[in-house]
Design a protein. Structure first.
Length: 688
């Protein structure tokens, strides 16, 4: 049951004065919900100082100002000309300009010799100050006055600023004082107001105080972070209720696999495996994220985990987002596992019934130790003997429900999720939530660096000729386009570029994009992988999971339109073999200053984490590759560009609240914590 004190927050928007059946749906769409709380968490984007200036002389052209003056005259324009109202004060004149306004109506609004207060943008016209269509016109004789500070909100058609402010004022007037759920020491240290005071400070400020606004928003952002961390802490507690079967260390399996390698693993790979080894040796089910830059060797770490699991007599399910990637991972894992006596096979929706039965028979009799597949792994009829480990590749492509369906094939199996999308370290705690994290920030020895260049697409004829010459030398090249067909993309579309390259390149050119049937897509990729095609024209469908070591050239058209993280992923498709590789970023001129800065980041570094940080600073969290699919909630208040540090504080706070051993002084009351979590319910699904 929701506490009575929260009822005003959860009233329907239609309960507010001025919000009727027609307005409510528009307002609901704007604020993202149908409750008063949704309205109150629709915060201003900025504030305007509407305090009255001493005189016209104190105003500055190009700035918004509020002034007081006496009506001197009202001039009706000729024909369709504007009507001008002239105000006077001790320092001069100010002309108010109104287009398409009835002069008679304006004369009533501006009686001669009446003192008026107006607020709006000060402009210059023929060396005279003027204000076109003031934002506020107030008659002090009627008790009218503009707000001292006016919040400015994001709006939508049918919802005006005044309507929104009136609704918010009505909502704030009904709130009761809430018990404080943040401990007093933290409140004092951060100089945060109470929850209700923060809302009032942001929506109804008395003075323009940017520091106070920042503190009020930060307080609400912390509330949101804390509510999420408490929810995630409950997830951990629920997980402990169903213990996993520990997978003890199997030194012989690990040593045999490492001895069979033709290269030396990196320190980061060994450290990540040690983390996994320790996790799966416990009764608490592992929930770990293996995050690695392009080409950092995540598959070897996964193979080590599979080998240890198989040596302990347990099974591994390995899920990938596409059939191509599932089969590719099966081949890669098999290459690591076969020399030490273990098998990994692929199972996808394209397999024949006979093939499927053969694979499942091998799984049932223990001859197959790992199965690599797509969502087909959790379909009815697919059963695993003693499922000990689940590995999910490119985890941001799957929802929580997909993960649950697969883990439910066993009794609390250990879960390892992998991602090639570098996440800024400042965001790791916010995004990974309940997951422990291992990071591969080294590349295997011998990996050739990729030379990155930036050029105008005006040189595209030269580029195509160079690609043609490279293909005659036996090299292979990716050519990435921003769109599939020509509509809106001109010749930068994949289908158009493929046709052009067919006439330029003497060897076969293949095409792959997301609109193709899976069989055609696989055929094109296989042709490129085998060398039957020397150039692969593609959209961003090749950004992850396509491993062609022989490919040495990557050309990306309209590179300025891609995110840095995505460009880095695409660049990672080359440089996977032992030959020097290059990446050419083609842009459409003119290139903006910010566009130049972004592409320069790619040219100057191949560190995915540094690139992700730069992308985060330049574009914000919403545009980063994969974040919208990564499980990151759509925060109402919290801005990750400003508030990412709050998660570390919130995590410690949540532990203190839920720990049985924590001193009473570090624990807020259960009642106040309940109020917090009710107000900031998140879209987290508990994994048990």
């Amino acid at each position: 049951m929701r506490p009575d004190i929260l009822f005003p927050f959860f009233k329907d928007l239609k309960s507010l004065s001025g919000i009727g059946p027609k307005t409510a749906p528009l307002l609901q769409k704007l604020v993202g919900g149908d409750k008063v709380l949704d309205l109150l968490l629709h915060l201003p984007t900025h504030w305007i100082d509407r305090s009255v200036r001493p005189s016209f002389f104190d105003t500055i052209v190009g700035e918004i100002a509020t002034v007081r003056g006496t009506v001197d005259s009202v001039f009706a324009g000729h024909g369709n000309g504007p009507t001008r109202v002239r105000l006077i004060d001790d320092t001069g004149f100010l002309t108010l300009v109104f287009f398409r306004a009835q002069p008679s109506w304006l004369q009533k609004q501006f009686p001669l010799n009446q003192e008026m207060i107006v607020s709006g943008l000060i402009e210059d016209f023929n060396n005279q100050r003027q204000m076109v269509h003031p934002d506020h016109v107030c008659n002090p004789a009627k008790g009218e006055k503009p707000p001292k500070v006016e919040p400015v909100y994001g709006l939508t058609a049918g919802v005006s600023s005044r309507m929104l402010q009136k609704a918010i004022a009505g909502a704030l007037s009904e709130l009761e004082t809430l018990p404080e759920w943040i401990n007093s020491e933290l409140l004092l240290k951060r100089k945060w107001p109470s929850f209700n005071e923060a809302l009032k400070q942001l929506h109804q400020p008395d003075i323009l105080d940017e520091e106070a606004f920042a503190l009020a928003r930060e307080r609400l952002a912390y509330d949101e972070a804390l509510a999420r961390e408490i929810a995630m802490m409950h997830v951990r507690i629920e997980r402990l209720k169903v213990p996993s079967s520990p997978i003890p260390k199997q030194p012989h399996a690990t040593n045999n696999l490492l001895d069979a390698l033709k290269f030396s693993p990196t320190r980061a790979q060994l450290k990540a495996f040690n983390d996994i080894q320790a996790d799966i040796g416990r009764k608490m089910p592992m929930r770990r994220m293996l995050q690695g830059d392009v080409g950092s060797g995540k598959t070897l770490v996964a193979a080590l985990a599979v080998a240890q699991t198989a040596a302990a007599g347990k099974f591994t399910a390995f899920m990938s987002p596409t059939e191509v990637l599932a089969r590719q991972q099966a081949e890669a894992l098999e290459a690591f596992l076969a020399p030490i006596g273990y098998r990994c096979e692929a199972l996808t929706g394209r397999d024949s019934k006979k093939r499927r039965n053969e694979v499942m028979e091998g799984v049932a009799n223990g001859k197959i130790h790992c199965l690599s597949g797509t969502q087909s792994l959790y379909q009815t009829g697919v059963e695993f003997p003693d499922l000990g480990l689940v590995i999910i590749d490119e985890q941001h492509r799957f929802g929580v429900a997909d993960r649950l369906k697969l883990t439910n094939k066993g009794i609390a199996p250990h879960l390892l999720m992998m991602s090639a999308t570098p996440i800024p370290r400042t965001l790791a705690s916010a995004i990974n939530g309940d997951l422990d994290t291992s990071i591969l920030d080294e590349k295997p020895a011998g990996r050739k660096p990729v030379t990155t260049r930036v050029a105008s697409e005006e040189r595209i004829e030269e580029v195509m000729a160079a690609v043609s010459r490279a293909s005659e030398r036996g090299e292979r090249a990716f050519w990435v386009c921003p769109a599939v067909d020509a509509e809106g993309a001109e010749d930068s579309a994949a289908t158009v570029r493929k046709a052009i390259l067919d006439d330029v390149v003497k060897r076969p050119v293949a095409l792959v994009h997301g609109k193709m049937p899976p069989a055609e897509k696989d055929a094109a990729l296989d042709a490129f992988r085998k060398g039957d095609a020397s150039v692969l024209v593609a959209t961003t469908v090749v950004e992850v999971g396509v491993d062609v070591p022989e490919a040495t050239i990557m050309v990306i058209e309209r590179a300025e339109g891609f995110g840095l993280a995505q460009l880095h992923q695409l660049r990672g498709r080359v440089g996977r073999g032992d030959k020097p590789s290059s990446c050419l970023l083609l842009y459409k001129p003119p290139l903006t200053q910010s566009g130049q800065a972004r592409l320069n980041v790619l040219r100057e570094t191949d560190d995915g984490f540094a690139i992700a940080e730069a992308d985060f600073k330049l574009r914000g969290p919403g545009d980063l590759l994969g974040l919208q699919q990564s499980g990151l909630p759509r925060f109402r208040v919290l801005d990750l560009t400003q508030h990412a540090d709050l998660f570390a504080i919130a995590r410690e706070d949540s532990r203190a609240r839920l720990s049985k051993d924590a001193p009473p002084s570090s624990q807020q009351s259960a009642e106040s914590t309940l109020l917090l979590t009710e107000l900031f319910k998140t879209n987290i699904v508990t994994e048990t």
